[in-house]
Ligand binder design. Structure first.
Ligand SMILES: [Zn+2]
Length: 321
């Protein structure tokens, strides 16, 4: 087994002493002249040129990242990027692939948002995802491992004509790419979303395509509404003008599919940010303030949060009970 070099930082802040260092010091960013700091610097200089993995430990605020940066800068990898990863923010089952990468097929599902709910005798889909063909039209070269709509439904013992209800969280192509295949379904969409999708706004026209839902039985919703017992839509504009979140009453509490494109990171900001804003504004939006306000609304409303682009859910075939 390969060895691991360990650098332990003491409680004194590595960058707190403020003494000036002679020009040309290769570790000038680690400020301090005490014996422990000198020992840390000596160890950095010793391990940096080697190929050993280096574990830097120490309490919060002792300068672990500063030391890690110094190790990187003095190492043979200095020409490559220094990547800081907040491991606490990565779900455990994704940690390995997040840190060390993954090959094709590493994930069981695809990330194209669609979810299935059985409600009484009704088969309900929240969005319909997109086929590989539709994805390739928008992201050439980046499409892999896309489960076909029919194959996805077949796993549940269903065909596209068995779908009774589709709730469109919004009409971006990757959310309604298979909707036209659900010939017997009522398709619930916010009035505001349909208006915007068909307005052909020059900045957004490219990610909407009428053909994907043409000829379907559209049911227009204005604002919040109960679609089936225990299944409600909530108008949460921001990502798009007509985005709707979907809440489902379950024995474990209210599960909310966010509707806006996001991952769990949105609801899990770093501690220093969380103090001021408990959620982050999702990256893609037509109105940043509404996107923030409604991310917060969804966060407060949900017992179980289901951000639609969260990779962790690609592992699971089960909806939360
Ligand atoms: Zn979207």
């Amino acid at each position: 087994m390969r060895g691991v070099a360990v650098i332990v930082l003491g409680p004194a802040r590595a960058h707190g002493a403020g003494a000036a260092f002679p020009a040309g010091d290769d570790l000038a960013e680690i400020v301090g002249e005490s014996a422990p700091i000198q020992a840390v610097k000596a160890l950095v200089r010793k391990v940096a040129p080697t190929d050993l993995p280096v574990l830097v430990t120490g309490e919060t605020g002792t300068g672990k990242e500063l030391v890690a940066r110094a190790v990187h800068r003095l190492s043979g990898r200095r020409a490559g990027p220094f990547v800081a990863v907040n491991c606490a923010a990565i779900p455990a089952e994704l940690a390995e692939s997040e840190l060390f990468g993954y090959g094709p097929g590493a994930f069981r599902g695809d990330f194209h948002p669609r979810g299935y709910v059985r409600a009484g005798d009704k088969n309900v889909l929240i969005d319909t995802g997109a086929s590989a063909e539709v994805m390739a039209r928008y992201w050439p070269g980046e499409v892999r491992d896309v489960t076909s709509f029919e194959a996805g439904l077949a796993r549940l013992g269903l065909k596209s004509e068995d779908i009774d209800v589709v709730i469109q969280t919004h009409l971006h192509f990757d959310h309604c790419g298979n909707t036209h295949r659900c010939r017997n379904a009522d398709i619930y969409v916010q009035a505001e979303e349909l208006r915007f999708a068909e307005s052909g706004h020059p900045l957004m026209a490219g990610i909407y395509d009428k053909a994907l839902y043409a000829g379907t039985k559209l049911k227009i919703v204005e604002g919040d509404a109960e679609i089936l017992p225990g299944i409600r839509v909530h108008h949460v504009p921001g990502h798009t003008p007509g985005t709707q979140a979907v809440s489902i009453d379950t024995p474990k509490g209210k599960a909310v599919i966010t509707g806006f494109c996001s991952t769990l990171d949105v609801f899990n900001p770093p501690p220093e940010v969380r103090e001021h804003t408990p959620v982050l504004t999702p990256g893609i939006h037509t109105d940043a303030l509404k996107a923030y306000d409604n991310a917060l609304k969804v966060y407060r409303m949900a017992d179980i949060l289901i951000p639609q682009h969260e990779r962790a859910f690609a592992y699971s075939r089960e909806n939360p009970e």
